[in-house]
Design a protein around this ligand. Structure first.
Ligand code: SAM
Length: 351
């Protein structure tokens, strides 16, 4: 396929996923409201925000394409979706909406069936984030998560995750001449493993490590990564507040969509742990939601996200100074980027 055709296919495909996500959200909310009405204090979205949103989406897809074109990752990654899971679990996601809706209506935010073990986890974690059935603590939740996120972000979750790859490769250049060891990269709160799969595509020789608190999500990540020929996923269940690795062990550390789900103090402790395990000269990259400081015009969307989905720490996150937190931990030369609805903090550990 010619480049122009591939690019067009990619953009059309992404716009299709965006419309699908929008249609799914609109129809399901109307249907659920019809069956069992709920009052939500959402902020109206000013009309001028919508074209800005579309512009940000177009920019995201353009840079996603350009990064593939200039070889940051293979073009095939742009089309990598867990289709089998999506088709298999779409009916379950739809059926689960009724439970999620009722849970949201009744403000049941720590709703776990007796067969889900919750006692071994910090209390801030034992939550139905996004009103998700079983929180992060069951195989059902792990199986539905990628599709739920795909719908929530209108198909842009992976393009947003991929924005860590260019700064990651750039950051690793520091070790190109000095290190004879194989490069080690840790993804903190790796969830179902999508980011690790992308890092593998971009850096075929690196040793990859992943941690998460959820055994179910790690099982799912293991299933995904084991499909890659020759891959031996090194996944560990761990609280990011106490990473089970030696000091200065990793050439790079990444974390995607974690920090908005942590209370403020925990955010700082996790950053300090990431600092501890990063090698001097290494890079730490956070990808998470946009914040007020970089996207004040998106405030109604951020407020609505906090209101509609159960995200207990998001309100504080919206105005938290992550650069200050990174510098407090010892990182320097912190660069900030924004792509669509995510921001990126690229921090360096001094040599
Ligand atoms: C929104 S999900 C993001 C998952 C994944 N990084 C992604 O891109 O989809 C948040 C993840 O953080 C994990 N998590 C939350 N608090 C944690 C903690 N204190 N230590 C380790 N993992 C944690 C959850 O289990 C979940 O997998």
């Amino acid at each position: 396929m010619s480049d122009t055709l591939t690019k067009l296919t990619y953009q059309t495909f992404q716009q299709g996923k965006n419309y699908f996500g929008l249609a799914h959200k609109t129809l399901s909310t109307r249907l659920l409201n019809f069956i069992s009405p709920v009052e939500q204090q959402t902020k109206p979205i000013p009309t001028e925000v919508l074209p800005k949103l579309q512009q940000r989406l177009d920019n995201l897809l353009e840079i996603d394409w350009q990064d593939a074109e200039r070889g940051v990752y293979p073009t095939s990654l742009l089309f990598d979706n867990p289709w089998q899971d999506f088709f298999q679990y779409y009916p379950v996601v739809c059926l689960d909406l009724f439970q999620m809706w009722e849970r949201a209506k009744q403000k049941r935010y720590q709703d776990f069936p007796p067969n889900v073990e919750t006692s071994a986890y910090p209390s801030y974690y034992v939550q139905n984030f996004h009103h998700q059935t079983d929180g992060y603590l069951s195989d059902l939740s792990a199986n539905l998560y990628d599709l739920q996120v795909e719908i929530l972000f209108g198909g842009t979750a992976d393009p947003m995750r991929r924005r860590i790859l260019a700064p990651l490769k750039e950051g690793l250049k520091f070790f190109a001449d000095t290190s004879t060891q194989q490069v080690r990269i840790l993804d903190v709160a790796c969830g179902t493993g999508r980011t690790l799969k992308m890092i593998r595509a971009a850096l075929p020789q690196a040793s990859l490590f992943g941690t998460d608190l959820s055994p179910a999500y790690l099982r799912k990540a293991n299933e995904l990564l084991s499909q890659i020929p020759g891959e031996l996923p090194q996944l560990l269940q761990a609280n990011a507040e106490e990473l089970p690795y030696l000091d200065n062990y990793f050439h790079a550390v990444t974390s995607v969509f974690l920090f908005h789900e942590l209370p403020a103090g925990v955010r700082q402790r996790v950053i300090e742990q990431c600092y501890r395990v990063t090698k001097p000269g290494g890079v730490f990259i956070i990808c998470d939601s946009i914040q007020m400081s970089d996207s004040p015009e998106m405030e109604p969307l951020m407020e609505n996200f906090h209101e509609i989905y159960h995200e207990p720490y998001y309100k504080h996150y919206m105005t938290d100074d992550l650069v200050e937190r990174l510098e407090k931990a010892g990182f320097e030369n912190v660069k900030v980027q924004v792509h669509f609805m995510s921001k990126y903090l690229i921090a360096h550990k001094p040599v």
